[in-house]
Ligand binder design. Sequence first.
Ligand code: 13P
Ligand code: SF4
Length: 303
Amino acid sequence: MDDTIRRIAALKKDKNAIILAHTYTRPEVQDIADVVGDSFELAVRAADSAAEIIVLAGVRFMGETAAILTPGRTVLLPVADAGCPLADMITPEQVRQLKAQYPGAAVACYVNSSVEVKALSDVCVTSSSAVRIVRNLPAKQVIFVPDRNLGSWVAEQVPEKDIILHSGFCPVHHKVSPEDVRKVKARHPGAVVLMHPECMKETRAEADHILSTGGMVALVKEKKHERYIVVTESGITHTLRRHDPAAEFIDLSNPTMYCQNMKKITIETILRSLDEGGTAVTVASDIAEKARYALSRMLELNR
Ligand code: 13P
Ligand code: SF4
């Protein structure tokens, strides 16, 4: 492992590369990353970075987002088939149908989506930016795709908008029931419950704070609490511990919240992609241009 880490450090220097990792990746991947963040932060840091090569330790849509925001540079995905089942739950054809059905509505698409879906959208959102962006959209009617749970969370926060939901969901978050959370709360009375908005509405009612992964990190950094129940992918407990080593972080053990795709990324796959050029993300220029519009609007409207 030490040799792998040394070789990664040397290759990063030689090739002017940077490693951006999502909070759901394995602890050892987070430990060698230059930035560990939520999907919004990774998009911003990719756009701001001067590195020639960006290794995106995350799932495909995150690599595509980074590639669209950094034209002319190389974005490497350590594992080509690390996808996101939620992103695959909506097709471009379904977006076209929704647009035909609601001609006056704006289309807000969760960044967990394909480039083709982004290219058909008016704006992209992440879980940390969705509420603010939807509130700032000029249109009253908003088609929100593909995550129905994040969409219903946004609808609750922005009641002045008329939100049309698609039926997608994240298999990792959607399966958690209110009862699953209540059982952990009963075992750890007084612990503060942090929950991702990809959980179902009924489950969200058990939370103290509904937050994106970046929002969870920001809250924990304040060091106001001693114990947390963390209802999102379990990889984040490593990130949170780094920010408050004295606090206790309890994740759900039944059901476990484990994103198989995020866990495909290892330090060995990162080394291979840096060494051999790995899978460079390519997006056709006409699609990239349209998707870049929706992504740039996400950065602008998140004010
Ligand atoms: P964040 O936007 O909080 O990083 O979440 C991304 C994701 O894939 C959640 O499942
Ligand atoms: Fe996709 Fe869910 Fe994994 Fe996030 S946790 S990357 S939404 S499958």
